[in-house]
Design a protein around this ligand. Structure first.
Ligand code: TRP
Ligand code: ZN
Length: 467
């Protein structure tokens, strides 16, 4: 790790020297190689913000080869003599910036690009990266696998927290959200599915079919997905008109049916609880069982590994409001995703004949697994706003104690103000990013309550709160 952090400045120093040699006016300086995320310091890059990714991918399940052209439109936030993209594995065949060939260099997961001409602060510039090879999964600090994951005859790409660098070059940190066009060419007979709306599907000759997907709303790169397989596709609409696209591995179709049938109703329920569904489309991607050890809330179409049940579909759809539309500023703010999605499960249950959120909260306090089988877990291992490290972002406190924080607020302010807070939070931060401190300040302002004790004990305090 340390080696790498030294290596990047060394490379950029060389590039600066090279500029000096040409006698060009130096307007820019190198963009940072990370955004100093407290848990994933190498994730993302500084000096620019991406506006749009156009990814043109070709994949052959028979040999596992991916070829990609990424056209990245970004705005420089400083004068740039060079900037970085994150990319793990794969071979970079060429890079150009504003139509001119650019020099590039790779160190670890950093792809450093040196445009022929410095970029000016405020300039919108286009970078094209040609790349390819056989993508390898990215292994997380907690041992889970993400990135490009192959199946018996297909693949799926999932990116939380940093797996997206395993299949396309980008600014892979949730603080940089962008719109996407993802075009995927696969052998005839395969489906290729991604986020958003299917704009076109056409046979392009050579026995291949091209699928063009469009995501107009801002998306954090960890939520981008592509799934390739021989899926059974079903389309429909929710009662309020959101287009639904479900792609299901044939072997999981029967097992998925009951839960996916409720998806339109869940989207409507979320709309009533949290405010309008934030995206133009909804749906699901159900991969063969054991493709992954988890589900992921990929934007508009969550990915499931094997048939999901109703509560899992509910959880991943709740993330569309909390996590996807309102995204964390850093990975430390993860409880704003998982605590909210877990609390959504509690709310759904109390609205549909299950135990009340109050009863569930008490069961967690008492460790009573007869009410909730997770209540016996170590939800007090660390405070949810201070995760113990990058290998703990998926641990019980982030999910269950995160949900308990929300319930404690509800106890303090009452139902009316609490639900107004949830809707206000989703509306006022729609398509943006927010931190824990943004939330605590917002909650106090919106509800008119001093909630300092809740934050001190439940959000930041060590140990197991008693009530
Ligand atoms: N966000 C997923 C969910 O709860 C779980 C998950 C998958 C996850 N990969 C992760 C959480 C990586 C943290 C980090 O629906
Ligand atoms: Zn979740």
């Amino acid at each position: 790790m340390e080696l790498k952090r030294l290596a990047v400045p060394a490379v950029t120093a060389l590039l600066v020297l090279a500029t000096g040699c040409t006698g060009a006016t130096v307007q820019g300086r190198p963009g940072a190689s990370g955004v100093r995320d407290p848990l994933f310091p190498r994730a993302g890059n500084g000096g620019y913000q991406v506006e749009h990714y156009a990814l043109d991918l070709a994949y052959d399940p028979a040999d596992g080869q991916l070829h990609g052209t990424a056209v990245i439109t970004a705005r420089a936030e400083q004068g740039l003599s060079s900037f970085n993209l994150d990319l793990s594995g794969l071979k970079v065949e060429g890079v150009d910036v504003q139509g001119a060939g650019a020099r590039f260099n790779r160190t670890g997961t950093e792809l450093t690009v040196r445009p022929a001409k410095d970029l000016k602060k405020g300039e919108v510039f286009r970078t094209t990266v040609d790349y390819g090879g056989r993508p390898k999964p990215v292994v997380d600090p907690d041992g889970s696998r993400e990135g490009w994951i192959t199946t018996g005859d297909g693949a799926v790409a999932v990116g939380e927290p940093v797996g997206s660098m395993g299949w396309f070059p980008g600014n892979h940190h949730p603080s940089d959200k962008a719109s996407y066009d993802v075009t995927v060419t696969v052998p005839d007979g395969y489906e290729a599915v991604s986020n958003g709306q299917l704009r076109s599907r056409r046979e392009v000759g050579d026995g291949r079919t091209e699928f063009a997907w469009h995501s107009p709303e801002p998306m954090a790169s960890y939520l981008a997905t592509v799934a390739i397989g021989k899926f059974k596709v079903t389309t429909g609409r929710t009662p309020s008109g959101v287009a639904v696209y479900d792609a299901v591995a044939p072997g999981e179709a029967a097992g998925s049916e009951a839960a996916l049938k409720r998806l339109p109703e869940i989207v409507e329920w979320g709309g009533a609880k949290f405010g309008p569904y934030p995206f133009g489309t909804a749906g699901s991607i159900v991969m063969p069982a054991r493709t992954l050890a988890y589900a992921l809330e990929t934007q508009t179409k969550p990915v499931y590994s094997g048939a999901p049940d109703e509560l899992l579909v509910l959880h991943e759809l709740a993330h569309q409001w909390f996590g996807n539309s309102v995204s964390p500023k850093t990975w430390k703010d993860m409880w704003l995703n998982e605590g909210f999605a877990t609390y959504a499960e509690w709310l759904w249950s109390e609205d549909h004949g299950g135990v009340s959120a109050q009863r569930r909260f008490e069961a967690f306090l008492a460790g009573d697994t007869s009410v909730d089988d997770q209540a016996g877990g170590d939800w007090a291992a660390f405070p949810p706003a201070v995760p113990a490290g990058p290998d703990h972002v998926s641990d019980a406190p982030v999910y269950y104690r995160g949900a308990m924080v929300l319930h404690r607020i509800r106890q303090e302010v009452g139902d009316e103000r609490f639900f107004d807070l949830l809707r206000g939070w989703a509306a006022d931060h729609r398509y943006g990013n927010a931190s824990t401190e943004d939330f605590t300040a917002y909650a106090e302002r919106r509800t008119g309550h001093d909630l300092k004790k809740v934050w001190d004990v439940w959000l930041y305090g060590q140990g197991r709160p008693k009530a």
